[in-house]
Design a protein around this ligand. Structure first.
Ligand code: 13P
Ligand code: SF4
Length: 307
């Protein structure tokens, strides 16, 4: 048996489900039981009847699955699969910031640690952020963390003012504006689509802004067949699968970037071999202190109610 077949057999033997984010390597997406965006993945984690969840994504995603599902074993292929956005919000500093504004409702993007979630009133993802902010009365003062770019986008779309935490995603901030303009000039028939973690000047050029699932759906529904794609390149796999004749061009990145395309190094640490090993040894396992888990669940459940 090859590695893919071995993983499929082990999944069956152990009643395990493999959840993968759209930024995962193509070969992982091909054998996953579910591939999705952050909201879809957390909804799958909440409803699965598998005994083991293998989460091929980054740490905060697997951690969220464990918060939702404490009785299940949640394993991750590489425990070091972090996230620059989650790292940009250290709990001690955020606690002080929050204490300065005690009357504010705290909305946090799901890309944060469990400890930050314990300090949140509502969690959101890029696919429900506008809905969640709009569900609060207009006069409610809001702190939004950790992504300032998503926060700015929400403020623009909803016309509301929010206090923003100064965090960002290194992948979406590496997009090069001048190269993007040159590329658009070269391909005037291409539409620019972008993830709201991108900076404002990039978003201004886009005809569609949305979560990874939203972007895939837009490509699927559109009559246009050429797109400049403003998010992590792993998404191209599912776009190509859904629309085989689409021409998809990754958004150009800065020269000093370690990778020539928009790859998230954290997402890409996961490999088929690591998935096989973690499923075989049921390790590394996500474990969360009960006190933190119970508090972090409250804002996630609010998100589910409002989604
Ligand atoms: P979504 O898949 O929810 O759009 O999130 C993108 C992302 O950056 C995940 O880390
Ligand atoms: Fe974090 Fe950005 Fe990677 Fe998503 S793409 S996991 S936000 S560093």
């Amino acid at each position: 048996m090859n590695l893919k077949e071995k993983i499929i057999a082990l999944k069956k033997e152990k009643n395990a489900v493999l959840l993968a984010h759209y930024y995962q390597r193509p070969e992982i997406q091909e054998i996953a039981d579910y591939v999705g965006d952050s909201l879809g993945l957390s909804q799958q984690a909440a409803t699965t009847d598998a005994s083991i969840i293998v989460f091929s994504g980054v740490h905060f995603m697997a951690e969220t699955a464990k918060i939702i599902n404490p009785q299940k074993k949640v394993i991750i292929p590489d425990i070091n699969a972090g996230c620059s956005l989650a790292d940009s919000c250290p709990p001690e500093e955020f606690k002080k910031f929050k204490e300065t504004y005690p009357r504010h409702t705290v909305i946090t993007y799901i890309n944060c640690t469990a400890t930050i979630k314990t300090m949140s009133d509502i969690v959101c993802t890029s696919s429900n952020a506008l809905k969640i902010v709009n569900s609060l009365p207009k006069e409610t003062p809001i702190i939004f963390a950790p992504d300032k770019n998503l926060g700015n986008y929400i403020m623009k779309e909803t016309g509301r003012k929010m206090l923003l935490w100064d965090g960002s995603c290194i992948v979406h901030e590496a997009f090069n504006f001048d190269k993007l303009l040159a590329l658009k000039k070269e391909h005037p028939d291409a539409e620019i689509i972008a993830h709201p973690e991108s900076e404002e000047h990039i978003l201004k050029t886009a005809t569609y802004i949305g979560s990874t699932a939203g972007m895939i759906n837009y490509v699927k529904e559109s009559r246009v067949k050429k797109f400049i794609v403003g998010t992590e390149v792993g998404i191209l796999h599912e776009m190509k699968r859904k629309v085989p004749d689409a021409i998809l061009i990754p958004i150009p990145v800065d020269e000093d970037n370690t990778c020539a395309c928009s790859e998230c190094a954290f997402m890409k640490v996961n490999t088929l071999q690591k998935i096989y090993d973690c499923l075989k040894h049921e390790s590394p396992e996500i474990s969360i202190d009960d006190n933190i888990r119970e508090k972090a669940l409250i804002p996630i459940e609010r998100m589910f109610q409002l989604s």
